[in-house]
Design a protein around this ligand. Structure first.
Ligand code: ADP
Ligand code: MG
Length: 709
């Protein structure tokens, strides 16, 4: 297959895998640009542009045996070709091989093409069989004329189908890859061959074939290859590539982490007197998990390298007090703590909590949001810059240029999922002072499945609060169609009549916040009419800060029975007496988000209920998702199912979606490889550091988003 002539030509031209693609036959400046869109710049990149699937053109199927859906090669004689006028003009050819006949259908065709398909001509075609109005058909098959007396040889391997882009046809890609493969069979790297970057010990330990062999196989599997196994990505040759790709991602994250480790950070190693003072004042004792995580944080912060730690804890597991303990550690060591929350509402809640906990200890807590204006803002900025404020709570507003921190020692970011990795890094930069970086603590209530943790967050250490405070009542979850809205209203009337409080959450697909708020206002109006005896309030993202605070305070004080809200209450709202939650159009939300919302109830002693109201009919997946919520209240289990139902890209949202774009690997499918990959990453970093960058470059190319940050 790899002709000797081709090699000679290549060698003469000085073509190697390191050459840019312009050196290839058939590639001009225009094609260079198009290939660039596929991230193909060098000849070697072609080898890593892997087929998405294969076609078997090695067998010619008898036409009489075809069934709709088959993707096959056939050959036969044209019986008749004619133009038909339906809604569009089209060309129909009838092809027969003696076992049966099939119709070839072309919508766009030239006069030449029509003539070429004259009766009596023999064709070989490849395409997908489908059911036509009268007979089986192939629409726009690939075809070529053949001489029935001298049959064409069939392929000796399966035909790869590559991810393509406009202006780059499959045939072009196949021809270009072929040229690259010819180099592969060259003797060594000096003749342009492919560098094996995995040490021999790794290959033998994990039974991995050499890279060049795997690459050749994947591009040109023999006709007897097991297509089913290839389709599942389970072939040993695919494993070899998957392994290396996962390794490349893992290595680049580790490099980033190492690089950060080399930075300096202030040692926050005070004895912990303030922390002890807070604990004494709390109306509860910490859970074992909270104690453990606080100890982990304090140990990290006592070092002179910046902490990068993710604290995961289910809704209601008590992350806020853990954050407060960490903040006190910084304050007692003489540094500021900056706490940033993704929404105004959550930031306000934190501010209220921190104020209540820390002011009695003589600590100044400052507040800064986008809505802080005028004198308030000026005073806050002064307190922050002068170091009078030891703890600063706020929103994105903390990023603004005129915000200058006096002595930042710890940055706490709540609800990681709402912030992009870039914002996290930007805040870190902002806290940089005299070559020292603040410690960073990231808190998330959306547990991240281990699989994702190991791949998408390998740059962070992680702590888990895996225990809820005692006395929490599990929330009963009910799934109900919105056809039965009356029954739901009855339930609200009943609960509030008995002195309980309830949330009514409006979820809307409208992208615009204004429309969402408007719709929530309408819902509140309708509910007031249906339930005139109840005191109903409304909270949404467009309310003024003080207005919002007033509504929340009234609800917290028990003055309001029913709080109608948009999903702004998803994070952070803490009203223990609320024990009923209705979520409208629950089918529109992700599992994690529903779990978050549900976590707003079940915080008091009362038995709580969450009603998931859906608009039918539900899809299979929609049904499975709501069922998952009914069946479990374990955030980690929910995260796992969410990952299964939606895949890593969607679960992580846009923040990491790009980072998780793999060529051959699939985190879910290949998770069993991750421990081996992690082991290999460690080995390479220790013993073969010179191979690390080449592996990253090979798979991530210039997509250096990990390494750049
Ligand atoms: P989340 O982890 O969802 O942010 P919070 O920090 O808001 O949880 O805590 C939820 C509620 O539990 C708060 O009212 C908090 O005061 C309370 N809480 C936290 N830790 C404990 C504990 N160890 N025992 C009892 N209640 C606790
Ligand atoms: Mg919280």
């Amino acid at each position: 297959m790899h002709g000797a002539v081709g090699e000679e030509v290549a060698a003469e031209a000085g073509l190697t895998l390191a050459s840019t693609v312009i050196a290839l036959k058939g590639v001009g400046p225009r094609m260079v640009e198009r290939l660039e869109r596929l991230h193909i710049r060098r000849v070697e990149d072609l080898l890593f542009h892997l087929p998405s699937h294969y076609q078997d053109r090695s067998r010619i199927a008898p036409i009489g045996s075809l069934r709709p859906g088959d993707e096959v090669a056939i050959q036969g004689e044209i019986l008749l070709t004619e133009i038909k006028y339906g809604r569009r003009r089209m060309l129909l050819s009838r092809l027969s091989d003696g076992t049966g006949a099939i119709t070839l259908r072309f919508f766009n065709f030239s006069h030449m093409q029509q003539q070429g398909l004259a009766a009596g001509v023999w064709l070989r075609c490849f395409g997908e069989v489908r059911k036509g109005p009268a007979t089986l058909e192939m629409a726009h098959p690939e075809y070529q004329r053949i001489d029935p007396a001298a049959p064409l040889a069939v392929g000796e391997h399966l035909t790869p189908v590559y991810p393509a882009t406009e202006g780059v046809r499959q045939l072009t890609l196949r021809a270009l890859v072929e040229q690259a493969l010819n180099l592969l069979s060259g003797e060594s790297a000096s003749t342009g061959g492919l560098m094996e970057l995995l040490p021999e010990t790794v290959l033998s330990k994990f039974h991995l074939p050499p890279l060049a062999e795997a690459v050749a196989y994947i591009h040109r599997p023999p006709v007897d290859a097991d297509v089913r196994i290839l389709r599942e990505g389970a072939h040993a040759m695919q494993k070899r590539l998957i392994f290396e790709e996962l390794l490349a991602h893992q290595l680049s994250l580790r490099l980033m982490r190492e690089r950060k480790r080399r930075h300096a950070a202030p040692r926050l190693d005070a004895p912990g007197r303030l922390r002890a003072a807070l604990m004494e004042k709390l109306p509860f004792t910490l859970t074992g998990a909270q104690e453990r995580v606080i100890a982990e944080l304090c140990a990290d912060m006592a070092r002179d390298a910046p902490m990068q730690r993710l604290v995961q804890g289910d809704v209601g597991s008590g992350k806020t007090v853990v954050a407060a303990a960490a903040a006190l550690q910084a304050v007692e060591s003489g540094f500021q703590t900056v706490i940033m929350a993704p929404t105004e509402l959550l930031a306000e809640q934190h501010h209220a909590n921190f104020n209540a906990w820390l002011e009695p200890l003589g600590i100044r807590v400052a507040w800064l949001s986008g809505k802080s204006k005028g004198r308030m803002r000026r005073e806050a900025l002064e307190a922050i810059a002068g170091g009078v404020a030891q703890v600063v709570v706020g929103t994105h507003a903390l990023f603004q240029d005129d915000v200058v921190f006096a002595r930042p020692g710890l940055v706490i970011i709540d609800e990681q999922h709402r912030f992009g990795v870039h914002q996290r890094l930007a805040l870190r930069e902002k806290g940089r002072q005299g070559g020292r970086f603040p410690h960073q603590l990231i808190m998330t209530a959306t547990p991240i499945p281990r699989t994702l943790m190991m791949s998408a967050y390998a740059d962070l250490d992680s702590s888990i609060i895996d225990e809820l405070p005692p006395g929490r009542q599990p929330v009963t979850t009910v799934v109900i169609s919105d056809q039965r809205r009356d029954a739901v209203l009855q339930r609200v009337r009943h609960a509030c009549g008995a002195g309980r409080q309830a949330y009514w959450v409006c979820t809307l697909i409208e992208e615009s916040e204004a429309l969402q708020c408007q719709a929530a206002a309408e819902t509140a109006q309708l509910l007031s009419e249906a339930l005139p005896e109840l005191s109903i309030a409304l909270v949404h993202g467009r309310l003024k800060a003080d207005e919002k605070a007033r509504v929340m305070a009234a609800f917290k004080a028990g003055e309001t029975d029913l709080l109608v809200a948009t999903t702004v209450i998803e994070v952070g709202v803490d009203v223990p007496k609320a024990s009923l939650m209705i979520i409208e159009n629950a089918e529109r939300l992700g599992l994690a988000q529903l779990h978050q919302l549900r976590g707003r109830v079940g915080r008091g002693a009362e038995q709580s209920t969450c009603v998931l109201m859906y608009r039918g009919p539900l899809s299979e997946r929609g049904r499975a998702r709501l069922a998952a919520l009914r069946e479990t209240s374990d955030g980690f289990e929910i995260a796992r199912r969410d990952l299964e139902l939606r895949g890593p890209g969607e679960v992580l949202g846009t923040r990491q979606a790009g980072a998780l774009r793999f060529r051959v690997a699939d985190l879910l499918r290949d998770q069993a490889l991750l421990p081996q990959v992690a082991e290999t990453a460690r080995l390479l970093l220790e013993r073969y550091p010179e191979r690390v960058k080449p592996i990253i470059r090979r798979w991530l190319g210039r997509r250096t988003r990990y390494t750049a940050v």
